[in-house]
Design a binder for this molecule. Structure first.
Ligand code: PEP
Ligand code: MG
Length: 881
């Protein structure tokens, strides 16, 4: 027997997600546990891929299966598509493996035509409802399946309302709607040159094809790229018997989360509209009411709904996002899925569910996307400045976080201005999936219409972008590009500030402050720490940053770039004196003056760390980086140094290099000027001696950068060790210290067995390793990397996410070779990749002892490390995208 491409809901279950898509698998699961689900069938993701493989044609084998499933559905429902007696109507919805909110297209009320609309009238005795359904269907079908713009239909609806002085769609009479249907069909004919299709089978096949096609529409592609979803998965199509929320006052529709998706609080959170269809809520066309109102309107239904949501949470062990419809006093569940949530909510829900016994700590750890923590670590407005801020208006607190920027009214403008370096707030009546790139570029989003589950709210929360939705007092004119509110006018380019946690909108710019992390976060991180067996250190270049890193939970310093200590106002003249010296004697004099400064820094650093590891890297950058290049600064420096300007210019010329990143830098400086590293080694030893004499525990790790051949390290190791030992001897102190190297040049990776003979530790400098491995400059690659990503050559910027396949292999080779020489050789990573979740997981698999990253990313690295350990133990829990 060949593959099966169509499954009735009663045939599937939740673990068939890759075949049935998330929605289809969950509809099948809800059916199997006895919940009230309108029945239907799912066409598999394999059918979608087959459609593309087959030159965008549905094969007859699949068409036959669709026919059979439809016949079974008609039999079960006792209704037929297109019938003039109580016709069957269906919805056609996409259902990808990972949820892609608003990205794919849906068609409702399929099966209506001039005959079946009469059947619907007869069956429901509700002519208004029947025509309303018909006009909705024509509009959606024309938009989604044929591509006729929505606004053409909306204009007719608005005209009809205006002519009667109505404000609400529900005020339109049956006669009005019948006229609207006629007008809609006329548009269809004008736009396509064909009559609106009357045959329900033709409607169905066109709709199915439209869903298949929507898998590859531009906004779906952008969403997948942003969310790391493979383009090859395909979408399933769900065909489901329609139920109606617009059949009077005992009908309605809504969406709900079993816990708050913003804060994580454990109470039902949702919105519904009485006498309406689901699309009204999702599209934000009508502003819905709180789910609490349902308790008053239909108390029994409310209770049944609460019971079902509790059961779903128990069943799925996670917070659920559900859609429901009430048709003439009967409740139907249309969808359930794990709900999207802010980072704050994700942590609270995970912590609460562990306490409720619903999930284990390991599951809680696996459930949080490490990158999502970044949201929590983002700044909020400075409270003092906030007090003084001028509030413009308030809306719904749709996605928390503070943002400030210049307002733009179109996604394209937002993208353009953000590229030009501006901080942008995107302001729209309401957003739609076409706005996605503008939303990505913007710092925050404001909408005038729509609720907490509108497109803007859902998408912004997923992105972790601040969003204030439904600011109904604002008149947003997208054509004139301005907002008016009473006397106030805000024009394109003016500054506004928003707080997505409170819903407040302020005039002008408000400065930011750091946010405090709450008790749930602390508790969650304590579980992460218990689970984790790879250390997380921080990069810090001075004692102040080191203290901050410890506050953030660093377990040591993985990289102290000592040259950053040189840029201080007091020191830079001494550094320059050292650099321009053209003889040893003058250089040593200048270095002698620098020594006390460095000693003081190291002393403070060791005190702050009190026994925690500290890797100090000796001077690395090319020397010209410390010198001025414009005429005026050169003249001024010449004055300070008491040197003729011409001589200084000549010296600067001598130091200039064509490819400084591949030039005289790193350990090469010390091979030619050993006195530089000697001074630094002496300063480290003296600082360490002083701290240890005061009772602090000290164990310096001295690191040599840019080694490519073992002899460099052999020579410099001897120099450093002799210098340190001399100081220790002089002070009569014994202290253990280690000397290691950065591994950041491909040659070092492939000869790591030799280099390991002279190294006590390796630290992978993946910034340089990426630069040198690819052979493109860190400073210039920005010019073309964007295009590489657009053209699909790279998925991600390799300077942000380690290229595991290439640069990662070099790293893996170095680990293996290094440990062949010294099985216990300590190894870590200190390039920017050390705080990126996927790279942290990779480093764990390679057997590194620690990762080192910037302070703000420590929690991310810790969580990724804990997850890597859990996955290695085979306890991986799959996480929804
Ligand atoms: C590296 O190359 O990865 C590194 C950490 O050093 P730097 O960025 O200072 O070159
Ligand atoms: Mg480097």
């Amino acid at each position: 027997m060949g593959r099966k491409f169509v499954y009735r809901f009663a045939e599937g279950h939740k673990d068939m997600r890759s075949l049935l898509g998330g929605k289809g698998a969950n509809l099948a699961e809800m059916t199997s546990i006895g919940l009230p689900v309108p029945q239907g069938f799912t066409i598999t993701t394999e059918a979608c891929n087959d459609y593309y493989d087959n030159g965008e044609l549905i094969r007859s084998e699949i068409l036959n299966e669709i026919d059979q499933a439809l016949a079974a559905l008609e039999l079960e429902q006792g209704k037929r598509l297109g019938s003039d007696q109580d016709p069957l109507l269906v919805s056609v919805r996409s259902g990808a493996v990972f949820s892609m909110p608003g990205m794919m297209d849906t068609i409702l009320n399929l099966g209506l035509n001039d005959t079946s609309v009469q059947g619907l009238i007869a069956a429901t005795d509700n002519e208004r409802f029947a025509y309303d359904s018909y006009r909705r269907f024509i509009q959606m079908f024309a938009d989604v399946a044929i591509g006729i713009p929505k606004y053409k239909f909306e204009a007719i609806l608005d005209q009809a309302k205006e002519a009667k002085g109505f404000t609400d769609d529900t005020q339109l009479t049956s006669q009005d709607l019948q006229e609207i249907v006629t007008a809609y069909k006329k548009i269809y004919l004008e736009e396509t040159g064909k009559e609106f299709p009357q045959h329900p089978k033709e409607q169905l096949l066109l709709a199915i094809e439209a869903v298949f096609k929507s898998w590859n529409n531009p906004r779906a592609k952008v969403y997948r790229r942003l969310n790391d979803i493979s383009h090859t998965l395909g979408t399933a199509v769900n065909i489901q018997a329609m139920v109606f929320g617009n059949m009077g006052e005992n009908s309605g529709t809504g969406v709900a989360f079993t816990r708050s998706p913003s804060t994580g609080e454990n109470h039902l959170f949702g919105e519904y509209l009485i006498n309406a269809q689901g699309e009204d809520v999702v599209a934000g066309i009508r502003t819905p009411q709180s789910i609490d109102r349902l308790k008053e309107d239909l108390p029994e239904i409310y209770q049944e709904f609460v019971n079902i949501t509790k059961l779903l949470e128990q069943h799925y062990h996670d917070m659920q996002d559900v859609e429901f419809t009430i048709e003439k006093g009967k409740l139907f569940m249309l969808q359930t899925r794990n709900g999207k949530r802010t980072a704050k909510a994700a942590i609270k829900i995970a912590v609460d569910q562990v306490k409720e016994g619903l999930i284990t700590k390991e599951e809680a750890i696996m459930r949080i996307e490490p990158g999502q923590l970044e949201q929590l670590l983002h700044p909020a407005f400075d409270p003092n400045d906030l007090q003084k801020a001028q509030r413009l208006t308030g809306g719904l607190p749709a996605s928390p976080g503070a943002a400030c920027g210049q307002v733009y009214f179109h996604a394209d403008d937002a993208v353009k201005e953000a590229k030009a370096g501006k901080e942008v707030l995107l302001v729209r009546q309401e957003t739609s999936p076409e706005d996605i790139e503008g939303m990505v570029s913007a710092k925050g989003i404001i909408t005038a219409r729509g609720g907490m589950t509108s497109h803007a709210a859902v998408v912004a929360r997923g992105m972790g972008k601040p969003c204030v939705a439904g600011c109904s007092q604002l008149q947003v004119d997208e054509v004139q590009k301005e907002i008016t509110m009473g006397q106030v006018t805000i024009k394109e380019g003016d500054f506004l500030s928003i707080d997505g946690g409170t819903g407040a909108v302020y005039i002008g710019q408000i400065p930011m402050a750091a946010t405090a992390l709450d008790a749930d976060f602390e508790e969650f991180m304590s579980w992460v720490d218990q689970e984790r067996d790879m250390k997380v250190r921080s990069n810090a270049d001075n004692p102040r940053d080191a203290r901050k890193a410890l506050e953030f939970g660093a377990e040591g310093i993985g990289l102290c770039r000592t040259e950053h200590m040189f840029f201080d106002e007091e020191r830079i003249p001494l550094v320059r004196e050292m650099i321009v010296a053209d003889n040893l004697e003058d250089r040593e004099k200048a270095l002698e003056k620098l020594l006390p400064h460095q000693r003081g820094d190291f002393y403070d650093l060791f005190k702050a760390l009190d026994g925690k590891s500290c890797t100090i890297r000796l001077l690395d950058p090319p020397l010209h980086e410390f010198l001025p290049h414009d005429k005026a600064s050169i003249e001024s420096l010449a004055g300070q140094l008491g040197m003729p300007t011409r001589m200084l210019e000549k010296r600067i010329q001598e130091l200039a290099e064509f490819n400084p990143m591949l030039g005289h830098r790193g350990c090469r400086l010390a091979i030619t000027y050993p006195e530089m590293y000697q001074m630094q080694a002496r300063a480290i030893a003296q600082g360490a001696i002083q701290a240890s004499q005061e009772g602090f525990t000290v164990a310096p790790e001295i690191m040599v950068p840019l080694v490519s051949i073992v002899d460099e390290l052999r020579i410099l190791r001897k120099l450093i060790a002799e210098t340190v030992d001399q100081e220790l001897e002089k002070a009569g102190v014994t202290m253990s210290y280690t000397i290691g190297t950065m591994i950041e040049i491909p040659r070092a990776c492939v000869t790591a067995d030799e280099i390991a003979k002279e190294a006590d530790f390796f630290s992978f400098g993946t910034n340089d390793l990426t630069q040198m491995g690819f052979g493109f400059s860190r400073d210039d690659a920005g010019k073309f990397l964007g295009e590489y990503i657009e053209k699909g050559i790279f998925d991600k910027d390799p300077f942000q996410v380690l290229d595991q396949n290439g640069i990662g292999r070099l790293l893996g080779m170095a680990v293996k070779l290094g440990r062949e020489t010294k099985p216990d050789l300590k190894m870590g990573i200190c390039g920017e990749h050390g705080g990126e979740a996927a790279t942290v997981g990779f480093c764990y698999q390679q057997g590194l002892n620690y990762v080192s990253c910037s302070p703000f990313r420590i929690p991310i690295a810790k969580l990724a490390a804990a997850q890597a350990k859990i996955s290695k133990n085979g306890n991986a829990v799959s996480r929804d995208k």
